[in-house]
Design a protein around this ligand. Sequence first.
Ligand SMILES: N[C@@H](CCC(=O)N[C@@H](CS)C(=O)NCC(=O)O)C(=O)O
Length: 206
Amino acid sequence: MLKLWGRANSTNVKKALWCLEELDVPYTRIDAGGAFGVVSDADYIDKNPNQLVPCLEDGALVLWESNVIVRYLAARYGEGALWSADPAERAEADKWMDWVTSSLAAPFRTVFWNMVRTAPEQRDMPAVQAAIGECARLLAIADQTLSKQPYLGGASFGMGDIPLGCFAYAWFEMPIERPDLPHLRSWYERLLERPAYQAAVVTPLT
Ligand SMILES: N[C@@H](CCC(=O)N[C@@H](CS)C(=O)NCC(=O)O)C(=O)O
C-alpha cells in the first residue's frame, strides 16, 4: 500500500493527500514533521535527506518534492482524470504547478507563518502587508485566467489545480484583508464542492 509521510496541516502534504483522495488510491499517512519530529530520524533521512515533508513510498519508489509526488500519482493512477495524455494540456497544468512554487510560495509563506504560526504580538505586520500585496498581484494573474476557463489547466479539473488549491484554502481562511478576485473565489467555491478537497485540504491550518 502507498505510504505518505507528513503532518496533515502542512500545505505541501495537503497537495499529495488531496491527490490520493481524488484518485481513491488506498494509502496510509504517517505523521511526521513539526511537533511530530520523525524527519530527523536516521530512517527518515534515508528516505528524504532534506528532512522535510511530504515523502511518498510506492513500493521501492521513494519520492520527495510535493509537486513531483502530485505528478507521479496523477501519471500512475490518474490518466484521464488528473493527468492528460496530451503534452500541451499537461504543460498548461505544469505551468501553474511550477508557478505556485517559484512565484507564490515565498510571499505566501511570510503571510502564513506570521498569521497562522506566530503569536499576534510577535507578528511582523509590515512584512505581512508587503507580502499580501505581492500575493494579491500574483493571484490576480490566476484570477484573469480563471475569468476565461473554469480550471487552471482548462475546461476540467486536473493536477494543475492542486498546488494553488491548497494555498487558496489558507488564503481564504487567514484573518487578512483580501482584494476582490471574483474568478479566483468562484474557482475556490468549485473546489469546496469536491469531497476529496474537503477531506484533504479543508482541515485545521494549525
Ligand atoms: N519544496 C518542498 C518543500 C517541503 C517543505 O518545506 N515542507 C515543510 C512543510 S510545508 C516541512 O517539511 N517543514 C518542516 C517540518 O514540518 O518539520 C515540497 O514542495 O515538498
